[in-house]
Ligand binder design. Sequence first.
Ligand code: CA
Length: 523
Amino acid sequence: MPAATARYLKLNDKDNVAVVTNDGGLAAGSRFADGLELVEAVPQAHKVALVDIGKDQPIVRYGVPIGYAVDNIPRGSWVSERRMRMPEPPNLDALRAGLDAFVPYRKETTPLSGYTFEGYRNPDGSVGTRNLLAISTTVQCAAPLARIAAERIRAELLPRYPNVDGVIAIEHVYGCGVAIDAPDAHIPIRSLQNIAKNPNFGALPLLVSLGCEKLTPERFFPDGSIPESPLTRAGEPHVVSLQNESLDGFEGMIAAIMTAAEKRLALLNERRRETVPASELVLGLQCGGSDAFSGAAANPAVGIAADMIVRAGGTVFFSENTEVRDGIGQLLKKAASREVATGLLDAMAWYDAYLARGGADRSANTTPGNKKGGLNNIVEKSMGSIAKSGSMPISGVFGTGEKIPVGAKGLFFVATPASDIVCGPSQVAAGMNIMVFVTGRGTPYGLAEVPVIKVVTRSELAKRWHDLVDVNAGRIVTGESTIPETGEEIFQTILDVASGRKSKAEERGIHNYMAVFNPAPIT
Ligand code: CA
């Protein structure tokens, strides 16, 4: 039976398709308020043709062609993946040549003042949103001991240091059996170095090493890279090496890690939250398990929150190379300088070459779940993905694993793979102290290092995953909220969680691995 309240969402006046918003989709014969009638069933989040679209004509969403019709598509039809052909990616060389006429993007905005959160000030000027002891590892071989030690520290020591939020072992697969001098090896190495310096760790690093690995402690923390603290002034070592001949068996190794940990816990325990301006936020943005509503409602709302943080003088960055590749033309128009525009093109070109080495291209990005959620291809996914970066000028470009300098304010691009599991560690390395993660199909994603606020695109998912979701942007789709209202709700949630309120992922103890990106060879 046709639904009485058939609804669709059209984003741009130029669009010749719109997205069905009704939970469960719509049956053939359903009629919209404007008289459009479905000639066949259309699932929720999938596209309906608003007009007759002729063979080879563009299918327009977000005001841009997201594909071309393989055959005639009558008005009221389901515009499914098999009915469209993907456009070619924007030509980077042509865009580079076009930079001769480059005009820097400027935006007049009113600064946002008076917003604060409760954070932990660090010696390097950064501010943490959590007070964590992080145990880094030089190599996977040492990771099991670091993990077991962390479990013991949590059970036996942490109750005596109530101002410390937690103890984490940073496990990863790098460190040995790697071509450590290969051209791209600096990417995983700097990722691990910078993860250890995340503002949530209070500048008191502890490193567990095996003793024979390629990524040696000296290479992990070169001279001068350990911040000054009472421990460094006392000449306290920051490395526990498991092959050290003075350590007696497994229990000796665990005891050595726990002794070094307790000195740090005592110092971390002295720290207190203090009121700091919202300009101390470093917000990382990510998507995972996206659907057609990600770009239509949730990501634009996140973009509003991102704009608010930049207007408050804070730092925001977005990532995910393959999800911005097809929107590179739009991003270039937002570059604050020609240098930034060149940096964006260089990042895209590097990633194109990386994918080509593996016989792939950006079309390998979309997942079966994306497609089930109405995202037919990477062009459509990209147009939605870039909406979360908001409307401010892009003021800088950083590579995977690179750290955004403390005090650098504004909107930045950190060029990472789009994989949630590989992007997250690079965002931790970039120095984020809070993350907003948008999901449509649903992923329980979380990080132990940095609180992750999850925003979902659909009310049905918000209900089903009530104990995993922080903000329901599906209320935009159903007309119960607006994009600016949900944007402000996300901004307020960021301030609350930054101040110590647990995100849903933290409440459940959900955290993904630090799977650092290693484009270099393994031996
Ligand atoms: Ca992702």
